[in-house]
Structure formats: C-alpha cells, structure tokens
Design a protein around this ligand. Structure first.
Ligand SMILES: [Ca+2]
Ligand SMILES: [Ca+2]
Length: 168
C-alpha cells in the first residue's frame, strides 16, 4: 500500500469572469404613431342666456321709486300715488312724459310743462291734488292700483321711450 500522493492537484479553475454581455436590446421602438388629428366637429357652445335684470333702469336718472297702492280713502282710494324721483344731476323737463298703468292699459297721465330738478320727488295721485308734491293727479274716480292683483306702472318720455317701470 503505497501512500498515494495525496497531492491534490488543485486545478484552480479561474472563474471565467464572464462579462455579462449587455446585449443592447435591439428592440426597435415602434415610432409612436401620432394619431391623426380627428377633425372634431366644433361643439356648438350654447350662448349664455342673459337673464334680464329685474330692476328696470332704462338709461335715465328719472325713475318711479314708489307705488303707494293701498289708499286709505274708502273705495275710490283717491290718495293712491306714484312717486317719481330725479336721481340725476341735471334738471329734466318732463313735459309730455306719460305715466301709465300698463297692466290695465289705463289710465295714463300726461305731464304738463314741468322742470324736475335733481333730487326732486314728485307724486301722481289717483285723484288728489297735493301742490307740495307737484300737484299731479290722474283725476281718476276709481282706484288705479289694484291691491290684490299688482299692476305695473311705466313712465315714458315725450318720444314714447320707456324711462322707468315698476311693480309692487
Ligand atoms: Ca289700490
Ligand atoms: Ca290698475
């Protein structure tokens, strides 16, 4: 029994350091197909509905400011009145201007030659005359402004253009 040479020839195998072949991916990136612009039918934009302002200010500084419709005079309500004011800074000759119950179509009152000064308030009574308020009256024997079914009063200038309108 001969001792076997136990020299183990260690053949150290050099680890083949294998460089990882970073293989460039040859994946050709498909060209991003830009979608053809779809010719879209223009969305018809609905025009914004312009809601009319409730307060009617028609380019004049003279306005109906108050309607005293519930007169105290029994039945005829002669003391009903419409109050009109000149909010402007210039005097206004209201000759030929017309104040009218446009809900019923009548009565109407046509102003005489009168200068409505800035800040001045006048009244048109149903059937009373008050000089301190201008002395205007419809001279109407019945109530003009309905207590239960509100009317609308309108003021027109001498050319027939509506200046102011008011209900109650
Ligand atoms: Ca009345
Ligand atoms: Ca009326």
């Amino acid at each position: 029994m001969s001792d076997e040479d136990n020299a183990t020839s260690t053949t150290t195998v050099a680890p083949t350091t294998q460089a990882p072949t970073t293989s460039a991916p040859n994946t050709t990136i498909p060209p991003t197909t830009t979608p053809a612009p779809t010719t879209q039918a223009p969305t018809t934009t609905t025009a914004p509905t312009t809601t009319p302002a409730p307060t009617v200010t028609l380019g004049s500084d003279v306005r109906i400011v108050r309607i005293f419709y519930d007169g105290k005079v029994y039945r005829t309500e002669a003391d009903e009145y419409i109050e009109i004011k000149n909010y402007g800074s210039v005097s206004q000759n209201i000759k030929g201007w017309i104040l009218k119950d446009i809900s019923d179509g009548s009565p109407s009152f046509t102003f005489p030659n009168y200068i409505l000064e800035p800040g001045k308030v006048i009244r048109v009574y149903t059937n009373e005359v008050h000089p301190e308020w201008g002395g205007f009256s419809f001279g109407y024997g019945r109530a003009v402004w309905n207590n239960k079914d509100p009317d609308t009063a309108a003021l027109y200038d001498a050319e027939g253009k509506m200046i102011s309108q008011k209900s109650y």
